[in-house]
Ligand binder design. Sequence first.
Ligand code: C5P
Length: 414
Amino acid sequence: MPTVPSSVQSLIGRRVLLIVAGGIAAFKTPDLVRRLRERGASVRVVLTDGGAQFVTPLTLQAVSEDTVYRDLWSLTDESAMGHIQLSRSADVVLVAPATAHILARMAHGLADDLATTVLLATDKPVLVAPAMNVRMFEHPATQANLALLASRGVGIIGPDEGAMACGEYGPGRMAEPLAIADHLAGWFAAREAPKPLASRHALVTSGPTYEPIDPVRYIANRSSGKQGHAVAASLAALGARVTLVSGPVRLPDPPGVDVVAVETAAEMLAACRAALPADIFVAAAAVADWRVEAAGQKLKKDGGGPPTLALSENPDILASLSAPSPDRPALVIGFAAETNDIVAYARAKRLRKGCDWIVANDVSPATGTFGGDRNSVYVIRADGTEEAWENLAKTEVARRLADAISNHFETGKK
Ligand code: C5P
């Protein structure tokens, strides 16, 4: 076995039952087995007839160093292991690639081969890594099946967006084996982590706002929502009940989080107020400062020159939820996106907004923070302390922030 750097989260001692269904991405499963095993997992494979069109049982047997199970009827002979026993012989069941067909069969409880029989019989958590053509993925039937499975607690990994074997482009590529292995390791870690925020309600804003100019146009900004969504996910991982009020983003809903989708700043404020009371408020959204007096009809090029847009100031959500009131969350955290003199501006902003902590980041174009996956931040607290968290993945910034929030509630420190 190749050695794995110690920074990689381990799967030591985890037993994974991998169900390989019939999609072209099945050709990546020998690599997936290898990635899982190099993290310390043992992998037992169930291969569907469709899967066997793309990867041979012999290959999977060689890389898993275990029997590859294929036939329901040979198992019901109970010669070596029954299908019920097989379904329970793991800590987790992973379906990769999960085709539209197997997702549909899972959603509707069909059990017409070994894979689906195992999936129906198992008492273990199930994760799926969907892989299919973009239109099949976006079809309402597939989306409804995924939503149904998610509502039953099935974890969904990916899919990625990109060029597909069929020549089309879009979401539907199976997540890469390395990403699936990392996801699984993170999933085990999160499941077993202590839940210090279990009794808390956290309200988080994320993403941009869209301010309409007329029925077809709007003013927006480049916020991706990655940082706010990651904060929501990290707070949920520590056991908080999380309401995420998000402007339009191209991100999946974080697992275990209640998402309220809004467009304008006014809608965001109303949704935040409706979600109160909350113990924690994290304002990570890039709220537009101004809205337009929107025209009721599409503005026309009528030869009279460009229209004048009358702007008025949007409500400041952070300032209004920070203001003293019986509903004020116990801990209010703002973000400050600055391009220069970051800490000085952020300190002044914290006082102006009335929040408890402020997380300041450098968004000058060279940093790639807006839309990117990494961030460098300064956390400034009411007691005047300042901490720098430099060049981290946004998910790591979120994890540290969630830890700091949980410590705050444990120690009562402002
Ligand atoms: O004033 P500025 O936009 O720089 O402040 C940033 C912080 O204030 C962020 O936490 C952002 O989510 C919040 N904010 C808000 N409502 C606004 C403007 C900003 O909640 N209208």
